[in-house]
Design a protein around this ligand. Structure first.
Ligand code: HEC
Ligand code: HEC
Ligand code: HEC
Ligand code: HEC
Ligand code: HEC
Length: 214
C-alpha cells in the first residue's frame, strides 16, 4: 500500500499541542497588556512636572474651575491652562519658589509645560464636555472632589457601563439652574428635574451605539 502520509507527519499533533497554548497565551497576554492601559484605571494619579495642587488653588483659594479650564462650557475638551494663566499670579506670588521653577522656565522659553494626562477615553469613544455642562452635570459627578485633591486622581472608571448608567437615569445628577456646575459641595442625588437647564427641553442622553461611537 502506498504511503499517504510520510512518517514526519506523526509529529504534527505533538507540534500543535505544544505550539497551540504558546500562541494562545501570547495572544491573551498581548490583548490584556495593550488593551488595559493604566490611564483607564480608577485611582490613576500620575506625578506631574510641577506639583500643582487643586486643593490649594480650587479648594483653599476658591478659584473657579473655569478660570483655568475655560473651554469646558464651549468645547469638547476642557483645556488645561497655559503658563500665562499661572503667571497672572505667580509673577507676584511665590516668585522664587523652586516648585515653580519649571513654570518660570516655560514662561521664559515659551515652551508649554508637559502635563501628564489623567483621564483619557479611547479614540473610538466620543465625548463632549460642553453638552454635559450645559445640561447641568457638574464636574464632581465625573471627576469627584477635585478641590480636595493635592494630586488629581481618576475616581470613576470611564467605562461604557459607567456612561450608560447615567444616560439611563441622569436625573440625580442634574443640578438646578441656580447651582453652578463647578460647585463641588453640591450633593449628587439631590437632582430633580431631568430637563435641560436653559431651554426647558427634556434631556436625551444617547443609549444607541452611534451616539458615542461615531
Ligand atoms: C489655577 C488653575 C486651575 C484651576 C482653578 C483648576 N484647575 Fe484643574 N488643572 C489645572 C492644571 C494645571 C492641570 C494639569 C495638572 C494636573 O493634572 O494637576 C489640571 C488638571 C485637571 C484635571 C485632570 C485632567 C486630565 O489630564 O485628565 C481635572 C479633572 C481637573 N483639572 C478638574 C478641575 C476642577 C473640577 C476644578 C475646579 C474645582 C479645577 N480643575 C480647577 C489647573 C487648574
Ligand atoms: C489666582 C492666583 C493664582 C493662580 C492663577 C495660580 N496660583 Fe499657584 N499659588 C497661588 C497662591 C496664593 C499660592 C500659595 C502661596 C503661599 O502659600 O504662600 C500658590 C502656590 C503655588 C505653588 C506652591 C509653591 C510653593 O513653593 O509652595 C505651586 C507649585 C503653584 N502655585 C503652581 C501654580 C500653577 C502651575 C498655576 C497655573 C496652572 C498656578 N499656580 C496658578 C496663587 C495662584
Ligand atoms: C459627564 C462626565 C464629565 C463631566 C460632567 C466633566 N468631565 Fe471632565 N472629563 C470627562 C471625561 C470622560 C474626560 C476624558 C475625555 C477624553 O479622553 O476625551 C474628561 C477630561 C477632562 C480634562 C482633561 C482634558 C480633556 O478635556 O480631555 C479636564 C481638564 C476636565 N475633564 C475638567 C473638567 C471640568 C473642569 C469639569 C466641570 C466644569 C468637567 N471636566 C466635567 C468627563 C466629564
Ligand atoms: C452623570 C451623568 C452622565 C455621565 C456620567 C455621562 N453622561 Fe453623557 N450625557 C448626559 C446627559 C444628561 C446628556 C444629555 C444632554 C442633552 O440632552 O442635552 C448626555 C449626552 C451625551 C452625548 C450626546 C452629545 C451630543 O453631542 O449629541 C454623548 C455623545 C455623551 N453624552 C457621551 C458620554 C460618554 C462617552 C460618557 C462616558 C465617558 C458619558 N456621556 C457620561 C449625562 C451623562
Ligand atoms: C454613552 C456612550 C456609549 C454608548 C451609547 C455606547 N458605548 Fe460602547 N463604549 C463607550 C465607551 C466610553 C467605551 C470605552 C470604555 C473603555 O475603554 O473602558 C466603549 C467601548 C466599547 C467597546 C470596546 C469594549 C472593550 O472592552 O474594549 C465596544 C465593542 C463597544 N463600546 C460597543 C458598543 C455598542 C455595540 C453599543 C450599542 C449597543 C455601544 N458601544 C454604545 C461608550 C458608549
Amino acid at each position: 500500500m502506498a504511503v499517504i502520509f510520510p512518517r514526519w507527519t506523526n509529529l504534527i499533533p505533538l507540534g500543535l499541542a505544544v505550539a497551540g497554548p504558546v500562541v494562545l497565551g501570547t495572544v491573551v497576554f498581548a490583548v490584556w497588556y495593550w488593551n488595559s492601559p493604566s490611564f483607564l484605571e480608577v485611582g490613576y494619579s500620575p506625578a506631574q512636572p510641577v506639583p500643582f495642587s487643586h486643593k490649594l488653588h480650587a479648594g483653599d483659594l476658591g478659584l473657579d474651575c473655569r478660570y483655568c479650564h475655560n473651554t469646558v462650557e464651549r468645547g469638547a475638551a476642557a483645556a488645561v491652562p497655559p503658563t500665562a494663566t499661572c503667571m497672572n499670579c505667580h509673577t507676584k506670588v511665590q516668585t522664587e519658589s523652586p516648585k515653580l521653577a519649571k513654570i518660570r522656565e516655560s514662561w521664559e522659553t515659551g515652551k508649554a509645560v508637559e502635563w501628564v494626562r489623567v483621564h483619557m477615553l479611547p479614540d473610538y469613544a466620543f465625548f463632549n464636555h460642553s453638552v454635559h455642562v450645559a445640561a447641568g452635570i457638574g464636574c464632581s459627578s465625573c471627576h469627584g472632589r477635585v478641590d480636595q485633591m493635592a494630586v488629581v486622581s481618576q475616581v470613576e472608571p470611564l467605562s461604557m457601563s459607567w456612561c450608560l448608567d447615567c444616560h439611563r437615569n441622569p436625573a440625580p445628577h442634574v443640578r438646578p439652574a441656580n447651582v453652578a456646575v463647578t460647585d463641588m459641595a453640591w450633593e449628587v442625588g439631590s437632582g430633580t428635574a431631568a430637563k435641560a437647564r436653559g431651554d426647558g427641553r427634556d434631556l436625551v442622553p444617547p443609549e444607541h451605539c452611534s451616539g458615542c461611537h461615531r
